[in-house]
Design a protein around this ligand. Structure first.
Ligand code: HEC
Length: 319
């Protein structure tokens, strides 16, 4: 509790310094749990100390923001989908030891908007009515908290006070009904990007609805991004070789787009009363953009799609 109030004190230095001058109770709160810097609070200079303090003076009050209580629960849900062991990002934020030396870089990346990568934005012309799905962006208060933590030297805090960390986004679809995979193998070499399409047969004998879909990259050294189109007629079976592959361009193929993937993407799960209708006999075309490593051949033999299906119309089922 005390450290929560200290966090608020750092976020709202001016309000609290006014309160300090007139309210003994607030001064008590400032005294709670701090060290020799309390003298500054008592003489009413907390506002000045907070706003001018750069962490270099022993008299500057600290924000009280710690890894265990504030920063882990703040950044893990937004960042650790990629910044985890085995994730696509170059370093993991799962441990304090791994994250602490990067505190300044984290503040810079978050303030510039480079991280988390999120290309959509609200503008005067485009103000989405329902907000964005899977929005990882941090609020201004969150950014301020990161800044305060970094200014204090990114302290660890007390592990026994650790706050519960909300779920980290999963990049794999749990319990798919169907896993479709490319049948053959594709070798990518040289220095030129290639687009290869794979015509996959979900075997639908009646119309069905996609509830959730995720692309699984077979070789993440070369799979740059993937788009999934519906081939309602099933005609792409004829374009394809015996493994279901055919060379294509990066452009749209004509059918509806029902899936898209780039590194770090989370599964696309429909809201409860929605689904994407796929007609009986349709095929799904996986348009894969391959980007060569430039240092030698790489083989992909496993890129595919995981799907959760339902045969019931979702809006009837869910009322
Ligand atoms: C969708 C995946 C993804 C998410 C989510 C993500 N990152 Fe990153 N991050 C990356 C990748 C990939 C790189 C390496 C970029 C490069 O090498 O060009 C990176 C690089 C960075 C760097 C190094 C400096 C830079 O700007 O390249 C920092 C710092 C960083 N991320 C912080 C964060 C923080 C903080 C969050 C959450 C608020 C976050 N990232 C969320 C994928 C992600």
């Amino acid at each position: 509790m005390a450290s929560f109030l200290h966090a608020r004190a750092a976020l709202l230095p001016i309000c609290l310094s006014l309160a300090c001058g007139s309210d003994g109770e607030t001064a008590d709160l400032a005294d709670d749990g701090t060290d020799g810097t309390d003298g500054a609070d008592d003489d009413g200079s907390v506002g000045t100390g907070d706003t001018t303090g750069d962490g270099s003076s022993g008299a500057a009050p600290t924000s009280g923001i710690t890894w265990h209580e504030h920063i882990a629960p703040l950044i893990l849900p937004s960042c650790a989908g990629c910044h985890r062991d085995g994730g696509i990002a170059p370093f993991s934020f799962e441990s304090y030891e791994g994250t602490q030396p990067l505190a300044e870089a984290i503040v810079a990346a978050v303030e510039s908007g480079a991280m988390p990568p999120f290309a959509a934005s609200e503008t005067a012309d485009c103000e989405p009515k329902h907000g964005w799905k899977d929005d990882l962006r941090l609020s201004e208060d969150d950014k301020q908290m990161l800044r305060d933590w970094a200014n204090d030297g990114a302290p660890e805090g007390d592990p026994s006070l650790a706050a519960e960390v909300p779920a980290v986004p999963q990049t794999t679809l749990q319990d798919p009904d169907q896993s479709l995979r490319m049948a053959g193998s594709t070798t990518i070499e040289g220095t030129t990007d290639r687009f290869v399409c794979y015509s996959l047969d979900p075997g639908l004998t009646e119309d069905a609805f996609i509830e959730a879909i995720q692309v699984v990259p077979g070789n993440d050294k070369i799979v740059h991004h993937v788009l999934i189109y519906v081939d309602e007629s099933g005609d792409t079976a004829e374009l394809a070789d015996e493994d279901g592959a055919f060379d294509c361009s990066g452009g749209a193929l004509g059918g509806a787009l029902v899936g898209a993937w780039a590194p770090g993407a989370v599964p696309n799960r429909m809201p409860a009363d929605a689904g994407m209708q796929i007609p009986a006999g349709a095929r799904l075309v996986m348009n894969v953009h391959y980007h060569p490593t430039g240092v030698g051949p790489e083989v992909d033999e496993a890129t595919g799609i995981d799907i959760v299906w339902t045969e019931e119309r979702p809006f009837l089922r869910h009322g």
